[in-house]
Design a protein around this ligand. Structure first.
Ligand SMILES: [Zn+2]
Length: 343
């Protein structure tokens, strides 16, 4: 420990920027955390292009998101270095995805309470138990088919009993740590800041939260904003493109020209970046929808480069969502929306 401290001081003397900007000696060596101070007591801790936020109040600190499992311990140590006197006591998860929640356990083990909205908690549990639940659903379907064949015979009655016992919720295992949940909004009055945590629905996932630091005029959006890349919308877990656009409107309603917008992924942004992002989604969504309504196949839509060309040229397809995956997702949404309305 002393040696670490010693080499830290030496490194600080030699190259202060390097030491302040990178975690080269704590936690997982492969997990490099970078930080940027965005306001007094407020920092963005990045791992690759994923962002978490650290706020340091007078007695304790809190994090918005915890990075993935690989980077969680490095993020925890990094926060401790930026805030040596005020430990991280709370981690607020914006949504359930592992690149934002995988590090929860490191913070929890060190005494922090994890906070999330109900939807995030439920999605976290479901995703943890996904395979098990899929298997159970299959078994239930088989039982139901067998039951139909057997009717009210003795075997049928036994099958019916088995079916009633196979409740899915009983199969779920609990999370590794408790999560404190809230259903809509959480307003938090701290000594030096007022924080609003709001739930929005059916955007990136079934339920996401964004966090607004009122006095500092900073919004941590979670994955309601992928700055500079196409968004991933988790259709399997209740995300929708139209909800996603509405959620962006909710963010825009809070922003003025001076608001600092911290996206879930990508560089720190302003209201204008968010407006451009929304326009990009509207434009591509409209393009794919129109092609769908012209009865074009997915391959034909993908071949229509005019929908995404201007954004591809800016590098939008180089994030988690390639252009191809993004167009596929929009196509899936269009088929859901317009097949229903055609009937
Ligand atoms: Zn996400």
């Amino acid at each position: 420990m002393k040696r670490l401290l010693f080499s830290f001081i030496i490194a600080l003397l030699i190259n202060p920027i390097l030491v302040q900007g990178q975690d080269s000696q704590a936690g997982d060596q492969s997990a490099r955390i970078m930080h940027k101070k965005i306001a007094d007591s407020l920092f963005v801790l990045s791992h690759g292009n994923t962002n978490a936020v650290l706020f340091i109040d007078s007695d304790y600190a809190l994090m918005i998101d915890a990075h993935n499992e690989e980077a969680g311990s490095a993020a925890y140590r990094y926060a401790g270095r930026l805030s040596p006197l005020q430990p991280v006591k709370f981690v607020i998860n914006t949504h359930y995805h592992a690149d934002h929640t995988g590090g929860n356990k490191f913070f929890f083990d060190s005494g922090a309470t994890i906070i999330a909205n109900m939807g995030t908690y439920s999605n976290l549990l479901t995703s943890m138990n996904e395979d098990q639940i899929e298997e159970a659903k299959k078994q239930r379907a088989e039982l139901k088919t067998a039951l139909k064949l057997e009717g009210k015979t003795e075997k049928g009655q036994k099958l019916a009993k088995l079916l009633s016992q196979s409740l899915l919720k009983d199969l779920e295992k609990d999370a590794d740590y408790p999560i404190l949940t809230f259903s809509n909004n959480l307003n938090w009055e701290l000594a030096n800041e007022t924080i609003d945590i709001a739930t929005v629905s059916n955007g990136h996932t079934s339920e996401d939260s964004y966090v607004y630091f009122q006095n500092k005029n900073v919004i941590a959006t979670g994955d309601l904003f992928f700055n500079g890349s196409y968004p991933f919308i988790d259709l399997k877990y209740g995300g929708t493109i139209e909800g996603y656009l509405k959620n962006i409107d909710a963010l825009l309603g809070l922003c003025d020209d001076n608001t600092i917008v911290v996206p879930g992924h990508g560089p720190i942004a302003s209201i204008n970046d968010l407006i451009q992002y929304k326009r990009m989604i509207e434009y591509t969504w409209k393009g794919v929808s129109m092609d769908f309504l012209l009865n074009k196949t997915l391959d034909q839509v993908k071949a229509n480069k005019s929908i995404t060309a201007q954004f591809d040229a800016q590098g939008f397809g180089k994030g988690y969502m390639s252009t191809s995956k993004y167009v596929e997702m929009l196509y899936q949404e269009a088929s859901k929306k317009y097949t229903k309305s055609k009937k």
